[in-house]
Design a protein around this ligand. Structure first.
Ligand code: GDP
Length: 445
C-alpha cells in the first residue's frame, strides 16, 4: 500500500538533492510533482489542493531552516503536512464513565467489520478488558455464525440471537446486549452491524436505530482502503446518515493506491483510529499518523535525523561557521571543538550514520567509527589554551608535550591532530565550499 505514492515522492526528493537553494520556480515545480503524486495515489482533490498550498507557503516562508538543506527541508514539510492530513495526534478510544463502553462498527458489506470486531476484541482483551461481541448483523445469512467463529478465535464471548431466531430485530439484539454485558460483567461491548453492498436508506436507518439504542461511546466507520475514490463518498454518506467518531482503514496490506482512504480524515474531520493490514487477528494496530507518514515517505529514520540536526545546530551558529569555513583561514581549533560537540550531541556517531538512507550496506564501515576518537580529539583541544586554539601555529614542541600530558594522550596524537587540522584548513581554503556543514552548501550555491 502507498508504494506508488512513496516512489513518486522519493523521486521528487531525489531531484532536490544537491540543490543549494530553492528558487520560486523550483518550489513551483516541486509542488507540481507532489500534486501529481498525490492525485495518482487517489488522494481527494480538495485534500490535494490544501496540501499543496501549505507546502508551497511553508517552503517559501520564513520558517525555512538554516540547519537543513533544501531536500531535507521539503521532506520535513511534506512529512509534517502528511501527519496533519492523517490527523496529527494519535487518537485513543474513549471509555464510558459508568457501565460498559460501547463501540459500534459501521460500514459497507465486505469492508472488514466482522474481521475487525475480532481484532478489536483481542486487542482490548490483551489490555485487560473483558469485551463481548454483539451480532447485530442479521441481514447476511451466516453473519452471526461468522462472528461466532471470530469470537472463538479471539477468545472472547459473543452475544447473538438464539438459534432459530436469526431473522430477529437487530436493534433489540443490540439493546439486550448491553443488559447482558452488565449482568456478565463485560466492560466493553463491540456491536457489529449489517452492511450493504452500496449505501442505502434502509441500512442507514437501521444503523441509526442501533446507535440510538446502545448510545455508543465510539462509532467506528470501517472502510476498505482498496476501494479508491468511493471511500470518500461512502464516508460522507455514513457521516450524514449515522455519524461516526473514528475511522478504521482495512486492507492496508493490499497493493492499491490507498490515497482515498488518506483523504477520509480531511474530508470528514474524524480521526483514523485503527488500521487493519491482513486477515489474521494480529494484523491490526492503533493508527499513528506520524508513523504512517514516515512509512509513506519511506524515509525510515531520515526524519529523526532531520529533527536532531535541527535541534542540535543553532541556525545562527551554523551561518557563522559556514562563513568561517568559506574563508578557511579564520577557522580555528575552537570552532573545530564546537563542531565536534555539536556532532556528539546528536548521539553516538554510529547511530547517526546508520540513520542515513542506504547506510544498511555500510554496516562494516560504521563499525569502525569510534566515538572515542571524537572524544579524544575534543579532550586534546580542551587541554589547549585559548591562544593555542585560536592560532595553532604557536603550538611548539613543549606546548605539545604539555597538551599531551593534560589530555592523557601521546605527543604523536597531538601532532597528528594539529597536522590534520592544518591539512583540513588548507583544503577548505582551496574549495571555497563548506565541508557539507549546515549552511555551507547553501552559501556557495
Ligand atoms: P464485513 O462484511 O464488513 O463484516 O467484512 P468481513 O470482516 O467479512 O471481511 C470481508 C473480507 O475481507 C473477508 O474475506 C476478510 O477476511 C477480508 N479482510 C478483512 N480485513 C482485511 C485486511 O485488513 N486485509 C485483508 N487482506 N483482508 C481483509
Amino acid at each position: 500500500m502507498f508504494d506508488t505514492l512513496s516512489d513518486r515522492l522519493n523521486k521528487v526528493f531525489t531531484g532536490l538533492r544537491g540543490k543549494g537553494r530553492l528558487s520560486p520556480a523550483d518550489i513551483d515545480a516541486t509542488a507540481r510533482e507532489i500534486r501529481i503524486a498525490l492525485l495518482e495515489a487517489d488522494v481527494a482533490l480538495p485534500v490535494v489542493r490544501q496540501f499543496i498550498a501549505a507546502v508551497k507557503e511553508r517552503a517559501t516562508g520564513e520558517e525555512v531552516s538554516k540547519a537543513l538543506n533544501p531536500a531535507q527541508q521539503v521532506i520535513k514539510i511534506v512529512n509534517e503536512e502528511l501527519i496533519q492530513i492523517l490527523g496529527g495526534e494519535t487518537r485513543r478510544l474513549q471509555f464510558a464513565k459508568t457501565g460498559p463502553t460501547v463501540i459500534m462498527l459501521a460500514g459497507l458489506q465486505g469492508a472488514g467489520k466482522t474481521t475487525l470486531a475480532g481484532k478489536l476484541a483481542r486487542f482490548l482483551k490483551d489490555q485487560g478488558h473483558a469485551p463481548v461481541l454483539v451480532a447485530a448483523d442479521l441481514q447476511r445469512p451466516n453473519a452471526v455464525n461468522q462472528l461466532q467463529v471470530v469470537g472463538e478465535r479471539a477468545g472472547v464471548a459473543v452475544y447473538a440471537p438464539q438459534p432459530g431466531n436469526g431473522v430477529g430485530d437487530p436493534v433489540a439484539v443490540a439493546k439486550d446486549s448491553i443488559e447482558f454485558a452488565l449482568r456478565a460483567q463485560h466492560d466493553m461491548v463491540i456491536v457489529d452491524t449489517a452492511g450493504r453492498l452500496g449505501i442505502d436508506a434502509d441500512m442507514m436507518r437501521q444503523a441509526a436505530d442501533i446507535r440510538d439504542a446502545v448510545q455508543p461511546q465510539e462509532i467506528l466507520f470501517v472502510v476498505d482502503a482498496m476501494v479508491g475514490q468511493d471511500a470518500v463518498n461512502t464516508a460522507e454518506a455514513f457521516q450524514s446518515g449515522v455519524g461516526f467518531t473514528g475511522v478504521v482503514l482495512t486492507k492496508l496490506d493490499g497493493d492499491a493506491r490507498g490515497g482515498a482512504a488518506l483523504s477520509v480524515r480531511s474530508v470528514t474531520g474524524q480521526p483514523i483510529m485503527f488500521a487493519s493490514n491482513g486477515e489474521k487477528l494480529e494484523d491490526f494496530d492503533v493508527f499513528h499518523p506520524d508513523r504512517m507518514a514516515s512509512r509513506i515517505l519511506g524515509m525510515g529514520d531520515m526524519l529523526t535525523l532531520i529533527e536532531q540536526a535541527q535541534r542540535t545546530f543553532d541556525a545562527d551558529e551554523a551561518e557563522k561557521m559556514a562563513g568561517k569555513l568559506a574563508a578557511g583561514n579564520q577557522f580555528t581549533l575552537e570552532d573545530f571543538l564546537d563542531q565536534l560537540q555539536a556532532i556528539r550531541r546528536m548521539g553516538p556517531i554510529g547511530n547517526l550514520l546508520g540513520m542515513l538512507p542506504g547506510a544498511g550496506q555500510m554496516k562494516e564501515a560504521l563499525a569502525q567509527v569510534d566515538d572515542k576518537d571524537l572524544d579524544r580529539t575534543a579532550a586534546i583541544i580542551r587541554s589547549m589554551t585559548a591562544a593555542e586554539r585560536e592560532d595553532p601555529k604557536i603550538i611548539n614542541g613543549s606546548r605539545r608535550l604539555r597538551i599531551a600530558n593534560g589530555s592523557g594522550v601521546k605527543v604523536s596524537d597531538v601532532n597528528s591532530l594539529v597536522d590534520r587540522f592544518f591539512e583540513a584548513r588548507k583544503m577548505m581554503m582551496r574549495m571555497t565550499g563548506g565541508m557539507g556543514l549546515p549552511g555551507g552548501n547553501r552559501r556557495n550555491a
